[in-house]
Design a protein around this ligand. Sequence first.
Ligand SMILES: [Zn+2]
Ligand SMILES: [Zn+2]
Length: 137
Amino acid sequence: MNLSEHINTKTDRVLCPHCGGGALMLTQTGIIDMFEELRAYLNNKYDQPIALKINSGYRCFAYNEDLKRRGYPASRKSLHLKGVAFDIAPIGITPSTLVKDCQKLWKDKNILTGGLGLYAWGVHIDTGKHRTWDYRK
Ligand SMILES: [Zn+2]
Ligand SMILES: [Zn+2]
């Protein structure tokens, strides 16, 4: 899915893809800015365009529970429930390269917050407390 499928620019809300319900106002969620900055950084760095497929953005409680049942790593304390997290599958670079690029970008911009998780399918980013994890299996 593209970013445009996760936001409603008319109502200024992040959307749940399962029910279309909305979370926080975009202006309150730094996650869109974080995502756009990352995209600009990658476009600048690499010769070929790097597509960032958003596997999961905002999730309502029901959708989160549904994903959990299907084996997706969906915690009940997930920042996806607050609309401030994205799961991104990069096309053109590996997830571990994307994590390194995120770390470089955040360091360069002196961003001292945000979660960064590496999975086999891609990367989780959020605007919560700064922490990193590697859950590749
Ligand atoms: Zn929903
Ligand atoms: Zn996530």
